[in-house]
Design a protein around this ligand. Structure first.
Ligand SMILES: NC(=O)c1ccc[n+]([C@@H]2O[C@H](COP(=O)([O-])OP(=O)(O)OC[C@H]3O[C@@H](n4cnc5c(N)ncnc54)[C@H](O)[C@@H]3O)[C@@H](O)[C@H]2O)c1
Length: 295
């Protein structure tokens, strides 16, 4: 049984949706929680609700896309609770939607800075601290099923979530013999306010083009799917179960396995074609030189 009691979790995007649900679930396990979020009023509501449930809570208004905000978050978390044992890089936005050639540059930047650099910065400031204190620690990066297979007309979201999956795989190898367990959470649809992400689009990423009909159609379909998604509290219980089991990939929608099956089969078939190519017979005999290989 995982004993999280008295340990501290920092959860980005912890004011709402999946992040808030994880804060509740971890609080029930006796953890101190630091909820870090860009949406001030929602953050106050979340803190009040967690404190009313008896959870030791620190709420910090911050923007995951800014390294200095992460440094302030880490320092305030350590001032209040001493050590940080768990980082949940959860904050994310549903930006990056639209056909090739229609998505404006600020839209791409908002998506990349939040969904990818937010994860990078969180680990940058907290993983060295976790290594230093040496106690059991966890990094959970929230990606998406969109990161496990391409989603048409959602290039920015897909690219950032695929990057978070790849980053987690790299970090899991890098931290393999350390005190830190690394996981990536890849849900399909969950009932949250993700489809309303634009509520938190910072002014430094202005909308320079109006959304076209393709974007409006995707927005409508996504809204329906999110509203029919699983409950965030079910996801949180599943995360706890997966942490106990030490899972690298945390899936919440086993019915989506065909997504990765399809991709694995296509990749395996492409490798078989490469292996059959007369051009590559010498390369085929060379040793494998990769992270997980001893060769
Ligand atoms: N809901 C789904 O269907 C779904 C599916 C797969 C993955 N996800 C991922 O789950 C994560 C959480 O999303 P959610 O569904 O709970 O959405 P949500 O919009 O309900 O919650 C996201 C939280 O992140 C915060 N946030 C946004 N930008 C931020 C920033 N720059 N800095 C700090 N905080 C910021 C928001 O204020 C909000 O509290 C995201 O990474 C999302 O991509 C969601």
């Amino acid at each position: 049984m995982l004993d999280l009691s008295g340990k501290t979790a920092v959860i980005s995007g912890g004011a709402d949706g999946i992040g808030f649900s994880l804060a509740k679930t971890l609080g029930e396990q006796g953890m101190n929680v630091v909820i870090a979020d860009i949406e001030g009023p929602q953050l106050d509501k979340a803190r009040e609700s967690l404190e009313a449930a008896g959870v030791a809570t620190l709420a910090i208004e911050m923007d995951v896309a800014l390294l200095e905000d992460w440094e302030r978050t880490a320092s305030e978390a350590m001032d209040r609770f001493g050590k940080v044992h768990m980082l949940i890089n959860n904050a994310g936005v549903s930006g990056g939607i639209g056909a090739i050639g229609t998505l404006d540059d600020p839209g791409w930047r908002w998506c990349i800075d939040t969904n990818l650099m937010g994860v990078v910065y969180g680990a940058h400031v907290l993983v060295p601290h976790m290594k230093d204190h040496g106690e059991d620690a966890w990094v959970i990066n929230v990606a998406s099923m969109a990161g496990m297979g391409g989603v048409p007309l959602a290039g920015g979201y897909t690219a950032t979530k695929a990057a978070v999956v790849a980053l987690t795989e790299a970090w899991a190898m890098e931290l393999n013999s350390s005190n830190i367990q690394v996981s990536v959470l890849a849900p399909a649809f969950v009932k949250t306010r993700i489809h309303l992400s634009h509520r938190n689009r910072p002014a430094r990423y202005p909308m320079t083009t109006a959304p076209g009909p393709d974007v409006m159609q995707i927005a409508k379909t996504t809204t329906q799917a999110v509203e029919n998604g699983i409950d965030a509290d079910l996801l949180s219980a599943r995360v706890l179960e997966a942490l106990e089991a030490g899972e690298l990939y945390i899936f919440t929608h086993p019915n989506y396995k065909p997504v990765t099956d399809h991709r694995s089969a296509a990749v395996a078939s492409a490798f078989d074609h490469a292996a059959d190519s007369p051009l590559l017979q010498d390369v085929l005999k060379q040793p494998l030189n990769f992270g997980f290989s001893d060769n």
